[in-house]
Design a protein around this ligand. Structure first.
Ligand SMILES: Nc1ncnc2c1ncn2[C@@H]1O[C@H](COP(=O)(O)OP(=O)(O)O)[C@@H](O)[C@H]1O
Ligand SMILES: N[C@@H](CC(=O)OP(=O)(O)O)C(=O)O
Length: 524
């Protein structure tokens, strides 16, 4: 740990350089703050101006992280009125003060940080107590509390950067949304407004390195319900768009996107390149790699996204970029597309699948119509009930009188019990718990004949029974529902069938440095 006198000359952003936006998840901030400062931010400042965007701190898992604690504290104001709110806030305060003591050497920086943490936590406790007194929490008041998580995390990271010799400042985005504007929808104009607001706040601190709160204000309808957990990815994307950054980097604790979850499939391979469509499908179906709203913002501005590992910063990572358009600043669309060497493009066109993923905690609902309505009325009634109870369907198959749907058991706002009562009025309802959705993802699978056949034969050979099958006409994703007990076996056997052999689209060690220094993605 470098011990730097606070008055020594510190590193600043060089305004003549182009921007790179670097987003860090809560567990990365929790585990690797010094690596973020030295191996990532400081190293990148040789070539670029950097802006950091951070999520709320988690010392271990996201479920034990600050955002989850804040959500529990908000719930406790109403649901468990005897629980001490002070104790819940104290856990958050102790966690951050502990990190300040552990990672910050300079006394002045550390003491100022600890004071700010204590002040923020005292204000939070007062706010929570006020919610308890009025016995009312709204989505807005919940957001106000959640925002404290990113504020604490960014105060901490800015202090770490300063302690390590980088002139940095937290930039809070908690108040960037003008609440007097009546936003009818979170559409393109809303996102472009946010991008502009983010940039003007960042510009206020001149050439200091901005450490931006991933929480970006009181989003109409609430950030959790409108955007969901993982909103920091979207904030980073919008900042990258606003700054016309060269690249958006999402720093994680995994080397990039693999052909399958490397924790579950030991021989999974790191992908050099993946299209935004494929990355979005993987995220929806269990591989939480990047918030799905992030892609469209950045890709339409032709900014590549790179997934990298904080614990292995020299690794190549995975680039998310469309295979049909050129990057920011070059002619678009090129003919033929020149974003990758011809042999890699040929391989991409000829490959069968890109990755396989599994989503657990799924339930299947089977509804058999009681034939009191015509089939279109039957479907319309089902969708109206799902909409009323905010239930999100992951897969659906239908015949005229029979509908099967797969839903995630932990649907954040869903009220299953009441929805089931209403669905039973339409016909017979069977509910199967303990299921999993297995999805084979690949944009070019549609060029191939017999992919589904191979997938289901592989599952049959592994003695995995299939409960439900779904394949859209776009064929980017072939999914089926299996018993959760067979999930691991199913994932491994489908990976072996389609992705068991290495391909030139997987990162091999000799390619890694080449990709970092001069990615073929960018060659003309
Ligand atoms: N196809 C995949 N490629 C890479 N990681 C995957 C994939 N599917 C699931 N994962 C898992 O997603 C997790 C994401 O990384 P992590 O940095 O821990 O998340 P976060 O930044 O959201 O805290 C990893 O633990 C990894 O095992
Ligand atoms: N802190 C928020 C936002 C976020 O983006 O998280 P992460 O980057 O750690 O996925 C959450 O827990 O949802």
């Amino acid at each position: 740990m470098s011990v730097l006198n606070n008055t020594e000359k510190k590193l600043r952003n060089d305004p003549s350089k182009r921007w790179v936006v670097q987003k860090f998840g809560g567990t990365s901030v929790g585990k690797f703050p010094l690596k973020i400062a030295n191996d990532v931010a400081k190293a990148s400042m040789e070539k670029n101006q950097v802006a950091l965007v951070c999520s709320a701190r988690s010392s271990d898992t996201k479920a034990d992280g600050t955002t989850s604690r804040l959500l529990r504290a908000v719930a406790a104001t109403i649901k468990s009125r005897t629980q001490s709110l002070g104790a819940l806030v104290k856990e958050i305060e102790d966690d951050h003060v502990g990190a300040a003591n552990k990672f910050i050497s300079n006394e002045e920086i550390r003491e100022k940080l600890i004071k700010d943490i204590r002040d923020d936590c005292a204000a939070l406790e007062q706010y929570l107590n006020a919610l308890r007194i009025v016995s009312e929490t709204s989505p807005r008041s919940c957001d106000v509390c959640i925002g404290v998580g990113e504020r604490l995390s960014c105060r901490f990271m800015a202090a770490v950067l300063n302690d390590q010799g980088i002139e940095a400042e937290m930039v809070s985005m908690e108040e960037i949304i003008d609440e007097s504007i009546d936003w009818k929808a979170l559409d393109a104009s809303f996102y472009s407004y946010i991008a502009n607001q983010l940039v003007s706040k960042v510009c206020e601190i001149g050439d200091k390195v901005p450490v931006v709160t991933g929480f970006f204000g009181l989003v109409p309808g609430s950030i959790i319900s409108q955007i969901g957990r993982g909103y920091t990815d979207l904030c980073a994307a919008l900042l990258a768009v606003g700054l016309k950054a060269d690249e958006l980097q999402i720093w994680k604790e995994v080397d990039g996107i693999f052909t399958a979850d490397p924790r579950k499939v030991p021989n999974a391979r790191l992908l050099a390149l993946i299209t935004p469509e494929e990355a979005a499908e993987l995220t929806y179906y269990g591989s939480e790699v990047i918030h799905p709203f992030t892609m469209s913002q950045v890709i339409s501005a032709r900014i590549p996204i790179r997934i990298k590992n904080v614990d292995n910063p020299s690794g190549a990572g995975t680039i998310i970029f469309p295979d049909t358009i050129s990057r920011h600043g070059s002619a678009t669309p090129p003919h033929p597309p020149k974003i990758m060497p011809e042999e890699a493009r040929q391989e991409l066109m000829g490959k069968t699948a890109t990755a396989v993923t599994i989503k657990t905690d799924v339930m299947v609902l089977n509804i058999q119509s009681n034939r009191k309505a015509a089939s279109h009325g039957f479907l319309a009634s089902i969708f109206a009930i799902l909409d009323k109870y905010k239930l999100i369907v992951d897969l659906i198959t239908t015949s005229e009188v029979h509908v099967s749907m797969a839903l995630h058991e932990e649907s954040e706002n869903g009220n299953f019990h009441d929805a089931f009562v209403e669905l039973r009025r339409l016909g017979t309802l069977d509910v199967m718990h303990g299921m999993a959705i297995l999805s084979l993802v690949g944009k070019y699978m549609r060029n191939m004949v017999g992919i589904s056949g191979r997938m289901f034969s592989a599952l049959a050979q592994a003695q995995v029974n299939i409960e439900m099958i779904s394949q859209g006409a776009s064929e980017i994703n072939i999914s089926c529902v299996v018993d959760e007990k067979n999930a691991a076996k199913a994932l491994v056997c489908v990976h072996e069938e389609f992705l068991g052999k290495p391909s030139s689209l997987h990162v091999v060690p000799s390619q890694a440095s080449l990709l970092v220094e001069k990615p073929w993605l960018y060659s003309s």
